[in-house]
Design a protein around this ligand. Structure first.
Ligand SMILES: NC(=O)c1ccc[n+]([C@@H]2O[C@H](COP(=O)([O-])OP(=O)(O)OC[C@H]3O[C@@H](n4cnc5c(N)ncnc54)[C@H](OP(=O)(O)O)[C@@H]3O)[C@@H](O)[C@H]2O)c1
Length: 266
């Protein structure tokens, strides 16, 4: 996959999967425009890309703010003249808690970043892509946006909303050269799981049929494919990147009728 001569935008690029995807786009030849709120972290990622010979600009962005989201796209056009690919990856919201214990303001923060942020991203990216004949957008959902996860009301609603928005945008622009898809990862080893410690990582891995967590580059690889010519007839798709989690259950051990699983049983 080559993105030579192409311009890619990543919203939510200051760390984790977003930063890894920005690096992957740059390694594949794209000029990249990075957005997030933490200017220092964002600048470090852009600096790293430039140090490796890539082209990158960092733009402080709040994806939930229309003017800020528009400015990110404008910067891509001013700096590099076009926009070919965009990855709307930002998320924010409340810590896990049973639904009735979630602060309504915190719920709104989750919906603002995920749903409004993804809407605004596409709202400004699509016209920019149409100027040069089209492009490809990938939105970030989660396996939790496809199947619910306990304790994550705002996150699940937000990610399910992103999947719905993706399908509408894909249909609206299917015959105008803009493809829109959404990825739905399972547990990926980023700073969240790293900070939660060894036991959290073990349990997260155990929850997938592959019995391991995913790596950020495994998500980045799928995002790049979805933005490349290799997926030219793919739009409106929800792509699980989850070690088989969405396919169904794979318990750590299965019982067999007539066979005890008690310790010491034959
Ligand atoms: N890690 C996993 O296991 C996993 C699994 C499924 C899906 N995902 C999804 O993958 C994405 C990335 O997650 P991650 O684990 O790599 O780390 P993360 O820290 O959750 O990534 C979120 C990114 O969004 C940015 N962001 C948050 N609010 C923003 C706002 N209002 N405006 C602009 N940027 C904003 C953050 O940077 P700033 O704080 O600098 O703004 C950060 O770069 C998320 O959408 C997450 O839901 C992750």
């Amino acid at each position: 996959m080559t993105f030579e001569g192409k311009v890619a935008l990543v919203a939510g690029a200051s760390r984790g999967i977003g930063a890894e995807t920005a690096r992957a786009f740059a390694r594949a030849g794209a000029a990249v425009v990075l957005g997030a709120r933490d200017e220092k972290a964002l600048g470090a990622v852009a600096g790293e890309i430039r140090a490796e010979g890539g082209r990158a600009v960092a733009v402080r962005t709040d994806v939930g703010d229309a003017a800020s989201s528009e400015a990110l796209v404008r910067r891509a056009l001013e700096e590099f003249g076009r926009l070919d690919a965009a990855f709307n990856n930002a998320t924010d919201g409340p810590l896990p808690a049973p639904l009735a214990e979630i602060d309504p303001e915190e719920f709104d923060r989750g919906i603002r970043t995920n749903v409004r942020g993804t809407f605004l991203g596409m709202r400004f990216q699509i016209p920019a892509m149409l100027r040069t004949g089209g492009g490809a957008i990938v939105n970030m959902a989660s396996v939790a946006g496809v199947q619910a996860t306990a304790g994550l009301a705002a996150y699940v609603a937000g990610k399910a909303g992103i999947i719905g928005l993706t399908k509408v945008a894909a249909l609206d622009y299917a015959d105008r050269g803009v493809r829109v898809n959404v990825v739905a990862p399972g547990p990926i080893l980023t700073h969240h799981l790293e900070a939660a410690g060894e036991e959290a990582r073990r349990l997260a891995g155990l929850a997938t049929p592959m019995r391991r967590t995913g790596r950020p580059h495994e998500v980045a690889d799928a995002v790049l494919w979805l933005c490349s010519e290799g997926s030219s007839f793919v739009t409106g798709a929800v792509i699980p990147i989850d070690g088989g989690q969405y396919a169904g259950n794979k318990p750590p051990r299965m019982y067999r009728q007539g066979h005890s699983m008690e310790p010491g049983a034959a």
